[in-house]
Design a protein around this ligand. Structure first.
Ligand code: GLN
Length: 492
């Protein structure tokens, strides 16, 4: 084997496990040893259990020896700390869920386990996935593997850092307005937000159910596609899931070598996001590379794109205030004792939630109040419809959109808190896919002169997940940005 075991992605690990050049125990041990080495400075994982992980790996090796031929048997994965895995803590990075241990598996977790994956570690997140920098977690901030003075993005910043730092072959994240794609871009890894309704959210801590989506953060498009294929499909326990067949041909994806016959749209309208010129130059170079692979690139317009974040801010707060009403000290996690029930609930919420969560709950309660409902919530729903129509019109002209993931590279730690409006604008390019229920991919497409990764976003129509994965795979087969690894203080 040329690579160290901890460097293997999902497909590579599966191949080595099948051929016997590595065992699941060796792989797991290598990942855990590496975590011991780099986690003190990275803080990307908020839970791992060495003994349990090694027991699961040993069981996988024994099953394989006894003839179990499931391709993903014994491949380790990390999950964002918002997904329930039976027997593991699930805290959404919040003090209010301290002490809560999941009594059941989320649907995605059950499916991945059935396919043989081992969910051995939990990745840090902004509290209740509210944030773009993984700084609001009760476990403290995660650092960017490319620059320890910077954030990994968020809210799935732990998951992206884990994959970039080679602490797991891949990780699961969630994306409500960009939380898979933006940290993937900031950490130089691949992130995939599938179409709304493709993947069940049952067992995932809800932020805004009309926008939340689970997806993979991985080294490559193929690895992300593998996890997508295992997770996707209808689930009676998530009413938003679709029964449409999941048509993904992994072999076809691995063979994608050009973009002939593909028409890509480049958005012309000024989104008001203050796009950094260095980022823009790298994204334009990536689009040129797509053209060289045979794609036709046309200019298109999303006139309401600039209203995406104001619209999102209203909707996410409204939905969060409903989703988080259940954390009352009675059913889950932490309880602050008090003389009566009302006081107990009030104290539990006052002490259990962090500042950003409280800010949104207050805002959400206001926008759903009498008067606020018509003025804010209903209007936001109408704007959301305008945005959805913009995309529907644009996808009559092209197969997919290409553009930046985020307007900047990774921020310095502390920077987002000092400039909240900038933080909000940061999701301008990603939020449309959530508001309109589309699929979207974040691909490493280069590095700035200071060595920070930049991401290219590919957005496709609803249920055309296979199409954008194929575009992403063709791009990655012609480029090598996604194979770059951060040094992490050692020679790379
Ligand atoms: N920046 C977004 C927010 O704070 C990220 C949400 C998400 O995608 N989970 O709401």
């Amino acid at each position: 084997m040329n690579a160290e075991p901890f460097e293997l992605g999902v497909l590579d690990a599966a191949e080595h496990l099948a051929s016997g050049t590595v065992t699941s125990v060796e792989l797991m041990r290598a990942l855990l040893d590496r975590a011991d080495q780099v986690e003190p400075s990275l803080n990307s994982l908020c839970w791992r259990d060495r003994e349990l992980a090694l027991v699961a790996a040993r069981e996988a090796d024994e099953a394989r020896a006894a003839g179990d031929a499931r391709p993903w048997l014994g491949v380790p994965l990390a999950v964002k700390d918002v997904l329930n895995v039976a027997g593991q803590p699930c805290t959404a990075g919040s003090a209010i869920l301290q002490g809560y241990v999941a009594p059941y598996d989320a649907t995605v977790v059950a499916r991945l386990k059935a396919a043989g994956f081992i969910l051995f570690a939990r990745a840090n997140t902004d509290e209740f996935a509210m944030g773009s920098s993984t700084e609001t977690s009760v476990y403290g901030p995660t650092r960017n593997p490319w620059d320890a003075e910077r954030t990994p993005g968020g809210s799935s910043g732990g998951s992206a850092a884990v994959v970039a730092a080679r602490l797991a072959p891949a990780a699961l994240g969630t994306d409500t307005s960009g939380s898979i794609r933006q940290p993937a871009a900031f950490c130089g890894v691949t992130g995939f937000k599938p179409t709304t309704g493709r993947i069940s959210r049952f067992g995932c801590v809800a932020l805004a159910p009309s926008l939340d989506q689970i997806g993979a953060i991985a080294r490559s498009v193929e690895d992300a596609a593998v996890l997508y294929q295992v997770m996707a499909g209808v689930d009676p326990r998530d009413a938003m899931t679709s029964s449409r067949a999941v048509d993904l041909d992994l072999e076809n994806l691995c063979a994608a070598s050009d973009l002939r016959g593909v028409r890509l749209g480049w958005v012309q309208s000024d989104a008001g996001a203050d796009l950094d010129p260095d980022v823009e130059a790298l994204v334009r170079a990536a689009v040129k590379a797509c053209r060289e692979l045979g794609a036709e690139v046309i200019e298109v317009d999303l006139p309401h794109q600039r209203y995406g974040m104001p619209c999102y801010s209203v909707l996410v707060s409204a939905e969060a205030s409903a989703s988080l009403a259940r954390y009352d000290g009675v059913r889950y996690g932490r309880r602050v004792p008090a003389d009566d029930l009302q006081e107990m609930m009030a104290q539990t919420r006052a002490q259990g939630f962090g500042r950003e969560v409280k800010r949104r709950l207050i805002l959400g309660t206001h926008v759903l109040s009498r008067g606020g409902y018509e003025r804010y919530y209903e209007r936001a729903c109408k704007v959301r419809e305008l945005i959805r129509r913009d995309y529907a019109r644009v996808f009559e002209q092209c197969d997919a959109l290409v553009g930046p993931v985020a307007p900047t590279t990774a921020w310095r730690l502390g920077e987002p808190a000092a400039d909240p409006p900038r933080m909000v604008r940061a999701d301008t390019y990603t939020v449309g896919a959530n508001l309109a229920g589309l699929c979207a991919l974040s691909l490493p497409c280069g590095f700035t002169a200071t060595g920070l990764p930049v991401g290219l976003q590919v957005v496709g129509p609803a249920f055309e997940d296979a199409r954008i994965l194929r575009i992403g795979a063709a791009y990655q087969h012609a480029t090598e940005w996604h194979w770059r690894q951060p040094g992490l203080g050692e020679e790379s």
